[in-house]
Design a protein around this ligand. Structure first.
Ligand code: 2AL
Length: 245
């Protein structure tokens, strides 16, 4: 099966890292194609970044539809453009935040999230509410690391994340920790070893969920609101999205 893993930000080194993490966990026979939008923010850390990145995500899903893609993963912890992406395809589309939340509730009664910035944590809180996971999450914590520092600051970033995970373990009365950024996809094993709790990382969780859905023959329902968008005219720079009735 072919899974397209879309990094919604435009930082190619992060896309490569995410693709490697996805490929390592994928079953034999699963092909991972990692991509990112051509235009948009280099990192996604606030609502504005999210709104702009969502357009790029949708362009990547449209590109995937030309290549018989079996499933899509949105590899940013804000799951930007998730519902709109589902409207564009019959394939499953899975956001890494929702994948991690689902997995965490299967192995623990309470989890905390350790994300990049306090400001970004608000986005995770909104997702917990809208997905119905708020009462499973004890606390959204931030290591106060800008997303691109995960690319550049090496062990310093890792140490900060581990410190915050250890604080969560000591203070939050939790059974598991969810890592709150696609850029943390390569750090899971080191964090798990240092913290001694189950660590759920969204890219890898999403790959296993995507494989399960495809194996079960399940894709995005086209009955109801996730049906393909109604045909209409788009003006200006979005004119290429217009379709005939
Ligand atoms: C993210 C993420 O996963 N990638 C990105 O650019 N911003 N969100 C986050 N909470 O750090």
């Amino acid at each position: 099966m072919k899974i397209r893993v879309i990094n919604p930000n435009t930082t190619a080194s992060m896309t490569e890292k995410i693709g490697e993490a996805a490929s390592r966990i994928a079953a034999p026979g699963t092909q991972i194609i990692a991509s990112n939008p051509h235009s948009g923010p280099v990192s996604i850390e606030c609502h504005f970044d999210e709104a702009i990145s969502a357009v790029g995500v949708l362009e990547e899903v449209r590109a995937g539809e030309l290549e018989q893609t079996d499933a899509y993963i949105l590899a940013c912890f804000g799951d930007p453009g998730l519902l709109a992406a589902r409207e564009l395809t019959r394939a499953p589309v899975i956001g890494i935040a929702e994948a991690a939340f689902h997995m965490a509730t299967l192995i623990s009664t309470r989890f905390s999230i350790v994300t990049t910035l306090g400001r970004t944590g608000i986005i995770a809180e909104h997702l917990l509410q809208s997905y119905g996971f708020a009462h499973h999450c004890r606390r959204v914590r931030a290591a106060e690391i800008p997303v691109l520092d995960l690319e550049s600051s090496g062990d310093q970033a890792l140490d900060r994340i581990i410190d915050e995970c250890l604080r969560a373990k000591a203070e939050d009365n939790i059974g598991a920790i969810v890592l709150g950024c696609g850029g943390m996809a390569d750090l899971t094993a080191q964090i798990r070893d240092a913290v001694g709790l189950p660590i759920i990382e969204g890219v890898t969780a999403a790959v296993k969920l995507a494989e399960s859905l495809v194996s079960l023959g399940l894709g995005t329902s086209k009955h109801g609101d996730l049906d393909f968008p109604r045909a209409k005219t788009f003006t200006g720079q979005f004119n290429h999205l217009s379709s005939a009735n």
